[in-house]
Design a protein around this ligand. Structure first.
Ligand code: SF4
Length: 376
């Protein structure tokens, strides 16, 4: 973790990079100022006046989020230039991220599984089909990919082939239960350019996490996976899906301490949504849970006492303020059968990769929007 004066120096360097990209994008100083001002307004509408007082350093790059490439890098420059293109042309602005399920297979049986309708013993998309999807994603200018599943580690070699196929201009992350993330698997992913790993951990208590995941080795694998990723220098993000009963100050503090001990740089909090096995269930947050989590995030990200603890990413806080960033806005989702959706939790079947163009799917996603969080 980086904080204090060092972070200030890094922040200054990054701002200078952003100014340079604004000037390069518009070639007119007044218009460049407009772009910069718009970016600042957008950022303030999301985060408020106080930013995060820490960042994660990995391979000489600094990360404020798992959704933005590390600075300094060409991928970061590309991301910022894309943000400016979105300001210039909001209707046609490019997507930044694709969440891409590459397998139907999973050894677990989680009580909240969002992909439960698609899980199977074998994969429905061949490696060649996956490669052709990667081609479409690359062609569309998307340079940030989050592999998911099923359990992507069940298809490790194919995932590596996909990373080779689309090249090192893309930032790769993988969402995993950690199951089977051995030292060898971690080394292979790192060698081929995986930036970070998002490991699901749904409780600080081993038995409760295992019950949630319906597997008595799940917690063990979370810890093993985190350790193995650290050893090869990949960023670790823990992903928490907190059910309403979990959202108490006490549980969150215990989880935060455990996350620090595992060496996580980030914690991503994903609210339960009525998808997959949670479909039709009374699981959505009330205002109280969202408030507790927002306060917790703001305290942990801004209070210097937590400077050495992980950065908290809680999308629900931002979605309630500014609307959703999925649904063809900044990201979209392709499920393990090859169907496009607005996001992993807004299932709305916008066509299939075999028959539908990505462009059309994006247009449809923008038309339907997010089902839960509307633009303010
Ligand atoms: S949520 Fe993920 S890890 Fe759990 S059963 Fe579904 S695909 Fe597998």
């Amino acid at each position: 973790m980086v904080s204090g004066f060092r972070l200030y120096v890094v922040w200054t360097g990054m701002i200078l990079t952003i100014i340079r990209i604004a000037l390069k994008t518009s070639r007119n100083p007044y218009h460049a100022l407009f772009l910069l001002r718009s970016l600042v307004i957008e950022r303030k509408s999301i985060h408020g006046n106080a930013g995060r007082n820490k960042a994660v350093k990995s391979d000489s790059k600094y990360y404020w989020s798992i959704n933005i490439p590390g600075w300094p890098s060409e991928k970061f420059n590309y991301f910022i230039a894309n943000e400016f293109r979105r300001i210039i042309s909001p209707e046609t602005g490019a997507l930044q991220t694709m969440i891409f399920s590459i397998t139907n297979v999973c050894p677990l049986n989680c009580i909240h599984c969002y992909e439960s309708d698609n899980l199977a013993n074998s994969n429905r998309l061949s490696l060649n089909e996956l490669k052709s999807v990667m081609g479409k994603i690359h062609e569309k200018g998307i340079r940030h990919i989050q592999f998911s599943g099923g359990e992507p580690l069940c298809r490790l070699n194919d995932m590596i082939e996909l990373m080779k196929y689309s090249g090192n201009s893309t930032d790769y992350w993988v969402s995993t239960s950690g199951f089977g993330l051995t030292p060898e698997a971690a080394a292979k992913m790192k060698t081929h350019g995986m930036t970070g790993v998002i490991i699901s951990l749904d409780h600080w208590d081993e038995d409760r996490h295992n019950a949630f995941r319906n597997h008595d080795r799940s917690f063990y694998w979370v810890k093993e996976a985190a350790k193995n990723c650290h050893e090869v220098g990949m960023i670790v993000c823990l992903s928490l899906c907190p059910v309403r009963e979990f959202v108490t100050e006490e549980n969150l503090n215990k989880y935060y301490l455990l996350a620090k001990q595992t060496g996580a740089g980030f914690i991503r909090i994903m609210e339960p949504m009525k998808t997959g096995r949670f479909k039709g269930k009374d699981i959505l947050f009330h205002a109280r849970e969202a408030e507790i989590l927002s306060d917790f995030m703001n305290k942990c990200n801004r209070n210097p006492a937590y400077a050495r603890f992980p950065v908290i990413l809680y999308g629900g806080y931002h979605q309630r303020k500014t609307g959703c960033y999925g649904a063809g806005n900044r990201y979209m989702f392709i499920d393990s059968n090859g169907n496009y959706h607005s996001c992993p939790f807004c299932r709305n079947m916008l066509g299939n990769v075999r028959t539908e163009s990505l462009d059309l799917a994006i247009t449809k996603a923008r038309g339907s929007g997010c089902q839960l969080f509307h633009k303010a």
